[in-house]
Design a protein around this ligand. Structure first.
Ligand SMILES: [Zn+2]
Length: 251
């Protein structure tokens, strides 16, 4: 399944380069691919892989230009960002270590289970250690207790304190829905390098769900405190159904 990964400067925050394409251009050479390398930085692309990746990205950006009519300056900037990004081994705004062997659907199912704990507000989240694959914390919408306790906030608050040695850079967050600006900002402030979601904000807004209507990628783009990667559309059908069922409970 192809998941969206919004990570460029395209004007409408649509993914300019699909995750599958990034994955293929940044794949490690076979000789270097081993279990001990599973937690290696994604963006270690060298030699031919580097060159091919560069050509692919440029071709893709030209395609984006033709479709979205972004400015030439935007293209140059996007290209520069792509080249500087950790996908090519050089850190951009933040140097994140994100493995490529995570079973997104498995962890999203766990987030869905958390969402089902509050069936009228099925915004569920889990936080997973990307290295050990251990689920560290989870949460569902608890706004009846505290108005800011969205699933992601509950999950973040459920993680151990940093002074106990907890490393936020080793975890990622799965959420049944695209994070609101508050939660996305909290994810950035925590330094969590990867967020994965199911239902998109436009889908939920269209169906009457309340949001501060700023896409999570726009929040990431605006961040001066570091970036994180965002992958959307994981088990999207299942997550969308969760929210459709929730609306039926009130009708
Ligand atoms: Zn939120």
């Amino acid at each position: 399944m192809k998941y969206s990964r919004a990570m460029t400067l395209s004007s409408n925050h649509e993914p300019a380069i699909p995750a599958s394409e990034w994955a293929s251009v940044c794949e490690l050479p076979a000789a270097r691919r081993s279990s001990s390398m599973a937690f290696d930085t994604i963006g270690v692309c060298r030699g031919t892989t580097y060159l091919l990746g560069f050509i692919k990205v440029i071709n893709r950006l030209i395609g984006v230009y033709m479709r979205n009519k972004v400015t030439r300056r935007g293209i140059l900037l996007s290209g520069a960002m792509a080249l500087m990004s950790d996908q090519f081994g050089v850190p951009a705004a933040a140097n994140h270590t994100v493995p490529n062997d995570l079973d997104h659907e498995h962890f999203m199912r766990l987030a869905i289970e958390r969402g089902k704990e509050t069936p009228r507000l099925p915004f569920g989240a889990v936080i997973v250690n990307m290295k050990t694959k251990e689920v560290i914390a989870g949460g569902s919408m608890r706004v009846n207790k505290k108005p800011i306790w969205h699933g992601e906030m509950v999950a973040i608050n459920g993680c151990p304190d940093t002074d106990t040695g907890f490393n936020w850079k080793e975890v990622c967050l799965y959420s049944t829905a695209e994070s609101c600006p508050m939660c996305q900002s909290a994810i950035l402030w925590a330094g969590i390098p990867l967020v994965v979601y199911g239902s998109s904000m436009p889908y939920l807004v269209e169906r009457g769900w309340g949001y501060v209507n700023i896409r999570s990628q726009a929040v990431i783009d605006a961040s001066l405190i570091g970036k994180c990667q965002s992958i959307g559309g994981v088990l999207e059908k299942e997550c969308n159904q969760l929210f459709l069922d929730a609306k039926k409970l009130d009708s």
